[in-house]
Design a protein around this ligand. Structure first.
Ligand SMILES: [Mg+2]
Length: 157
């Protein structure tokens, strides 16, 4: 499949390298994300973790993650091994250093309970993943444009 990369020049570079964290256990989706956001400039950098426990270690900068970047934007799957996406979201919102960080839920669930719980726990956007790779690519292009090109992210102090 041909993937149109998000052109780095379209991304605002007003403060620093934008650190994006993707928490996703489904390798094909993570791979597509990684292809779309592959970048040889320093406009943004993508980190990917594939289970809930690892996500918490990354966010807490524990153990092997002492040098993990503070994410400027987080894409979070709900159904993950070891911890749920909701637990991770709750931890993000309970941590003053992470609290302002936008969290976009990207999940295969369209369950009303999940949608409401995610917004109640502080999600900034809830998106159900579409069924085909082409649609997923379109969605990721749209999300990248909104969050990286048009949207303002919290500024680091
Ligand atoms: Mg999953």
């Amino acid at each position: 499949m041909r993937v149109s990369r998000i052109a780095p020049q379209e991304v605002k570079t007003r403060f620093k390298t934008i650190e994006i964290l993707l928490i996703e256990d489904f390798a094909p989706d993570a791979g597509l994300f990684s292809q779309l956001l592959s970048d040889n400039t320093s406009a943004y950098r993508l980190s990917i973790v594939d289970d809930g426990e690892e996500a918490l270690q990354f966010l807490r900068r524990n153990d092997g993650y002492a040098n993990a970047p503070r994410p400027d934007l987080i894409f979070l799957d709900l159904n993950l091994p070891k911890r749920t996406g909701l637990e991770i979201l709750e931890e993000i919102r309970a941590n003053p250093a992470l609290r302002p960080t936008p969290v976009v839920i990207l999940t295969s669930s369209e369950n009303e309970k999940d949608v409401n719980a995610a917004y109640s726990s502080g999600a900034n956007l809830y998106v159900k993943k579409p069924g085909t790779l082409n649609q997923l690519e379109e969605l990721m292009q749209a999300l990248s444009r909104i969050w990286l090109e048009y949207g303002e992210l919290p500024r680091a102090n």
